[in-house]
Design a protein around this ligand. Structure first.
Ligand SMILES: NC(=O)c1ccc[n+]([C@@H]2O[C@H](COP(=O)([O-])OP(=O)(O)OC[C@H]3O[C@@H](n4cnc5c(N)ncnc54)[C@H](OP(=O)(O)O)[C@@H]3O)[C@@H](O)[C@H]2O)c1
Length: 372
């Protein structure tokens, strides 16, 4: 069976690549043309995440790298190369994307919407009718801040917190329409916010909560005292708008990849379905505040209204406006379909302050977490 993966060098894609290599002899990596070094980046990840040396040594023989640009028609390939690639595939995992919550809608659409269209065209062109595994996001539910989001829902009734959500929603609409029109199966997987306790490394993709480290940097540049034991009274106060009882679903990325590959092996091949790939416990937004306090000598308070007299530090602390609305979320993602198919899927990993701090602090020893 010939399996292809887009986004294999990404935060999630690297873990998917590792899982898929456990199931298949080879993997076609549809790498980002111009980024370079896909083989080296996958190799470095395998080393850093503790893969056995013999698996790492085999990578050049098991990975076939095809340089592609999702934003271009035919993924930037010639007609002939596109047709040849399409004809040899049985499965296409589509994980590549632009996850910058603050980017312009036009840029996000180019990769997330047009890119998905081009991947579907690749699947449509394939003589072996490859099945599509599409990575969406639980946040296609948009700006619904309370209540429950269900797996079969896809609507723009609540609007969106940022252009990223809108672009992923539009991509999912496209995928569903394609599955209906062609009668071809598509598996849509919607992870929540992905996290890890693998420490950051220049060779690895950025952690999705990397903005926390940016707040830390800003506070240090802003003249806050350094050192782990700065007394509370000397820590400047940073107020961030949110809900005092807000909570967010943070899913260990390694567990998410495992669940996704299990879902792919369990879903009947003829059907299309959407699944929430989420943790069984949410994390309080106050834990995120505590995370910032653990890493930076500041006091962070979640307040219900944006301060109208922001201190200079508060003015720079809101460094990721696309994320800030999530501090006010109390929505839960229902994952009944996943549980029905796989049974209860406890992640096996407790996402707490220590876990989150490990993934954002360079140079700590790691456990990459267990599979669910
Ligand atoms: N991260 C999260 O918390 C999260 C949560 C829910 C859903 N998701 C979804 O999960 C998927 C993977 O996200 P991620 O966290 O792995 O993102 P990421 O770390 O930013 O990786 C993005 C991947 O897409 C590739 N890519 C970007 N633009 C491309 C283009 N024009 N042509 C070809 N490849 C391109 C990148 O290649 P280069 O590195 O070479 O540029 C990289 O491999 C996305 O669809 C995202 O929407 C992510």
């Amino acid at each position: 069976m010939r399996v292809a993966l887009t986004g294999a060098t990404g935060f999630l894609g690297l873990r998917l690549a590792r899982e898929l290599l456990e199931q298949h002899g080879s993997l076609t990596v549809l790498a980002h043309a111009g980024s370079g070094g896909a083989l080296g980046r996958v190799t470095r990840f395998m080393e850093l995440s503790g893969a056995p040396a013999e698996s790492v040594a085999e990578l050049p023989h098991r990975l076939r790298i095809v340089e592609t640009d999702l934003a271009q028609p035919r993924l930037g390939l010639s007609d002939e190369a596109f047709g040849r690639l399409a004809d040899e595939l049985d499965v296409i995992w589509h994980s590549a994307g632009n996850i910058d919550l603050d980017d312009d809608l036009a840029n996000l659409r180019r990769v997330n919407v047009d890119g998905t269209r081009h991947v579907l065209e690749l699947a449509a062109a394939g003589a072996r009718r490859p099945v599509v595994r599409h990575i969406s996001t639980a946040f296609v539910g948009g700006a619904q801040r309370d209540g429950v989001s269900y797996e079969d829902e896809l609507a723009d009734a609540h609007g969106f917190e940022n252009a990223y959500e809108r672009s992923k929603y539009e991509a999912e609409v496209l995928v569903r329409a394609w599955a209906r029109a062609t009668g071809r199966p598509v598996l849509v997987m919607r992870p929540s916010i992905l996290v890890t306790d693998l420490p950051p490394d220049p060779a690895l993709p950025a952690h999705p909560l990397q903005f926390v480290a940016r707040i830390v940097q800003a506070s240090l540049r802003g003249g806050a005292l350094t050192g782990a034991d700065v007394p509370d009274a000397l820590r400047p106060l940073v107020r961030l708008k949110g809900h005092p009882h807000g909570h967010l679903n943070l899913m260990p990325v390694e567990s998410a990849a495992t669940v996704m590959v299990r879902l792919a092996s369990r879903t009947p091949s003829g059907t299309a379905g959407t699944y929430h790939v989420v943790h069984d416990h949410d994390v309080a937004v106050t834990t995120l505040a505590a995370l910032v306090e653990r890493l930076a000598p500041v006091r962070l308070r979640i307040v219900e209204e944006k301060p109208d007299d922001p201190s200079p530090l508060e003015a720079v602390a809101d460094l990721y406006p696309g994320f800030t609305p999530y501090l006010g979320h109390r929505r839960r993602f229902d994952d009944t379909r996943v549980r029905t198919l796989l049974g209860p899927v406890p992640s096996g990993v407790r996402v707490d302050l220590d876990y989150l701090a490990a993934g954002l602090s360079p140079g700590r020893t790691v456990s990459t977490g267990g599979a669910p």
